[in-house]
Design a protein around this ligand. Structure first.
Ligand code: PEP
Ligand code: MN
Length: 339
């Protein structure tokens, strides 16, 4: 921790703080600047008491952490960009993936028609919710186990990896049997008990950013997964709550650039839940690729008008080929490719 003193702090106050820091098990290193004095307290915060309490001292201006809250996720820990495998697909460090499919699995026909179209257009991974975390209890909650069975059928028929969401600890095993990657949704992004349990399922995890999570909270959630045994974490920016209502959420593209700089994990973008309207999905996707995202997760439906959830934001499957074509020049420009 770094303890910053107020200007004109008396020597005796600085010495007093030094002694207290030592007593707590840290080694104080004093740095005297022209205007201010700073103490670097060297020691592992996990082993000793926190120094946050010094914030309340009259002579102290601020107490700042030196170490990141997320350590193993950080780029300092691992310089190279990580690659996460979803089934046989690689994501990260130049390997780009488009994950596409309906918001919710509604029927075999719906999933099959949509999957066929997105695979033909070049998407390498299928998405589809069997368990849906809905804001209202009166809304469609997903087909549950039946949805998982349909996902398994599509996976077998098309030999394609699948991503689906886990909404509770009770069905992790069931979902992990089918899914090549487990999705943690925005609403569960800070459900630490669920994160710990999901980390032990032996599958990669796609971690959405919570709609009100700071970047630090999002990366700390990733750290939860990693320290609990899941090293294959994909971060997903899906828009945050702001005062703006023209879109469902505000896509925070700077978070993508920051997450890529701060961590070694692949970062993907969900333009569908960010925009909430399908006319913006293409421009947001282009921007996401341009800023360095490692992939996209996009909602596509064979008949969006009749979709049981998120009807306004799903790309009609008949238009998905054009969507993918439009992304090509941007991918080329930033030197990434779907493999
Ligand atoms: C989803 O991807 O199906 C979903 C519910 O997204 P989010 O958690 O980002 O709202
Ligand atoms: Mn959705």
């Amino acid at each position: 921790m770094i303890i910053v003193f107020k200007q004109h702090t008396k020597e005796s106050d600085i010495e007093d703080v030094c002694k207290k820091i030592e007593k707590l098990g840290y080694e104080p290193r004093i740095i005297k600047g022209v205007e201010r004095t700073v103490i670097g307290a060297v020691g592992d915060e996990q082993m000793h008491k926190s120094l946050e309490a010094f914030k309340a001292f009259d002579c102290v201006e601020d107490v700042l952490p030196i170490q990141k809250r997320y350590k193993i996720a950080s780029r300092e820990y691992h310089k190279e960009s990580s690659i996460v495998k979803i089934g046989d697909r690689r994501l990260g460090n130049g390997h780009f993936q488009v994950i596409a499919g309906p918001c919710a699995i509604e029927s075999y026909e719906q999933l099959k028609t949509t999957a066929e179209a997105v695979i033909k257009a070049g998407a390498g991974i299928i998405r589809g919710g069997a368990y849906k975390p809905r804001t209202s209890p009166y809304d469609f909650q997903g087909l549950g186990e039946e949805g998982l069975e349909l996902l398994q059928r599509i996976k077998d028929e098309y030999n394609v990896p699948v991503v689906t969401e886990v909404v509770g600890v009770t069905h992790i095993d069931k979902v992990a049997k089918v899914a090549d990657c487990l999705q943690i949704g925005a609403r569960n992004s800070q459900n630490y008990h669920l994160l710990e349990a999901v980390a032990g399922a032996g599958r990669p995890v796609l971690l959405k950013r919570g709609m009100s999570s700071t970047i630090e909270e999002w990366l700390s959630a990733a750290e939860y997964l990693i320290v609990n045994g899941c090293h294959d974490v994909i971060l997903c920016e899906r828009g945050i709550r702001t005062f703006e209502h023209a879109t469902r959420n505000t896509l925070d593209l700077s978070a993508v650039a920051i997450a890529k700089r701060e961590t070694h994990l692949p970062v993907i973008v969900d333009p569908s839940h960010a925009a909430g309207r399908y006319d913006l999905v293409l421009p947001l996707s282009k921007a996401a690729i341009a800023i360095g995202a490692d992939g996209l997760i996009v909602e596509v439906h064979c008949d969006p008008v009749n979709a049981v959830s998120d009807a306004a934001q799903q790309i009609p499957s008949g238009e998905f080929g054009r969507f993918m074509k439009e992304l090509e020049p941007i991918m080329k420009a930033v030197n990434v490719a779907i493999e």
